[in-house]
Design a protein around this ligand. Structure first.
Ligand code: HAM
Length: 427
């Protein structure tokens, strides 16, 4: 039996890998523009990090985590998201003690959730995320949103809809929580078992339930916006004012509660063009209690994450083509045994001098070698045979216009570099 790839995962084939590289490069460039530095954390963590960080009553922790015991009996989990890990590392390495605050950090890497796979919902997916730890300045809320927007726009996405909400501070949330319990309690029997369990523990999660989404009590549920205390309202007003000044449009959605427990104050999502039901490209928000929850000092934080899989779908729907893979500078065509022996040496010299170069490895005839040069989009073909070896020169063919010239081996790299400069610019 042929072994197949696990459900909900996929291979990035060579033809598609260039788009991934381009996206990752753009992410790194935008992070540099905004002064966010990369941090890398492990792909597995202690299970209780996510139980405490993401929250025991969330779908992620209850239903979607890849948990396992290692040979030493430790409870470990393939990370379902990056924020809890970053906060753990921030606390563990005492990054809060560094003079440079906030710590503005980013990651690109695989995450794992046992979900029902469909387009844009995978079991292994790749998140690009940014986290700013240590500042409660509302302008940093606007900054992380602007970072994500800039990233999408640089890649050519146009259909982007920013949705914004505030979950307020702990006092506001407590007031809202009481109101939610009072609202749902009399009819909680009509809700799913999960919701029944969540009523006392975390009624906000009921609003996020996929099963009871259409229950009439959902639409009439008390809105967090009506329970924000003055401080929370003021904070949210400042964030909105900065976004207005920056010219970043948004829609307010008081039902945007997000699926993870650590949020307070600003929450947001970016919706995009999509073929299927899934339109959320990116999600994030403020999590001022998470650092202290995970054993650090009281420290504010905010961030977002987006997946490259959903971004690729949106690019496809909007018809955005990321430009093709880079082509070869030159391809060596060798004719006869002597030339075949010389080819690897010459090839190595070309590569050492910084040229993207290749040759045939399949014992192809001359025509076949030229075909391979074409498949690699080679700009020049360097032909060597007995005669050329004798004269210590090569025939160099410009594949764009078909012209060819004899060039001495000694000046081959200089010749190619000069020609390439006129084609490519700097070489
Ligand atoms: P999240 O909303 O769970 O938030 O995920 C963020 C983004 O990851 C989603 O908007 C979506 O683009 C992508 N995503 C999630 N699940 C899948 C999946 N199964 N397949 C493909 N893409 C997926 C978080 O993860 C938070 N850590 C975000 C954050 C960072 N909040 C503050 N800082």
């Amino acid at each position: 039996m042929q072994i197949q790839i696990p459900r909900g995962t996929y291979d990035v084939l060579p033809v598609d890998a260039f788009a991934w590289q381009k996206i990752e490069k753009t992410a790194r460039e935008v992070c540099a523009l905004f002064n966010y530095k990369e941090m890398r954390t492990p792909i597995f963590e202690s299970t209780n990090l996510f139980q405490r960080g993401v929250g025991d009553t969330t779908d992620i922790v209850q239903k979607e985590m890849y948990n396992f015991k290692d040979r030493g009996g430790r409870d470990l989990t393939l990370r379902p998201e990056g924020t809890a890990s970053f906060v753990r590392a921030y606390v563990e390495h005492k990054l809060f003690g560094l003079p440079s605050q906030p710590q503005k950090l980013y990651y690109i890497g695989p995450m794992f959730r046992y979900e029902r796979p469909q387009a844009g919902r995978m079991r292994q997916f790749t998140q690009f995320g940014a986290e700013a730890l240590g500042s409660a300045d509302p302008s940093i809320d606007a900054e992380v949103i602007a970072l994500a927007m800039t990233f999408y726009q640089k890649l050519g996405l146009k259909s982007l809809n920013l949705v914004l909400n505030s979950l307020g501070d702990p006092e506001s949330r407590a007031a809202h929580r009481d109101a939610l319990i009072a609202h749902f309690k009399p009819s909680i029997g009509e809700f799913c078992e999960d919701c029944q369990n969540r009523l006392e523990k975390n009624p906000l999660r009921i609003l996020d339930c996929k099963e009871d989404h259409d229950h009439p009590l959902m639409a009439t549920a008390p809105s967090i916006i009506d329970y924000l205390n003055e401080e929370s309202r003021e904070y949210f007003a400042k964030v909105k004012a900065i976004l207005d000044e920056m010219g970043i449009a948004y829609e307010l959605d008081p039902t945007l509660v997000r699926g993870l427990d650590y949020y307070n104050h600003t929450t947001f999502e970016i919706m995009g063009a999509s073929k299927g039901a899934i339109t959320t490209l990116m999600g994030g928000g403020r999590y001022n209690g998470l650092v202290s929850e995970l054993g650090g000092p009281e420290t504010p934080g905010i961030g977002f994450a987006l997946s490259i899989e959903r971004l690729l779908l949106a690019l496809e729907v909007e018809g955005v083509q990321l430009s093709a893979a880079p082509s070869l500078d030159c391809f060596i065509v060798a004719i006869g045994e002597k030339a075949e022996n010389k080819a690897p040496v010459l090839l190595n010299q070309l590569r050492q001098s910084g040229l993207y170069a290749d040759k045939d490895y399949m014992e192809r005839k001359v025509k076949g070698q030229f075909k391979q040069a074409d498949r690699d989009h080679a700009k020049f073909v360097v032909v060597i045979g007995d005669e050329e070896l004798e004269a210590q020169k090569a025939v160099v063919k410009n594949m764009a216009d078909g012209t060819q010239e004899d060039v001495a081996f000694a000046s081959l790299t200089d010749y190619l570099k000069e020609k390439l400069t006129t084609i490519d610019g700097v070489k």
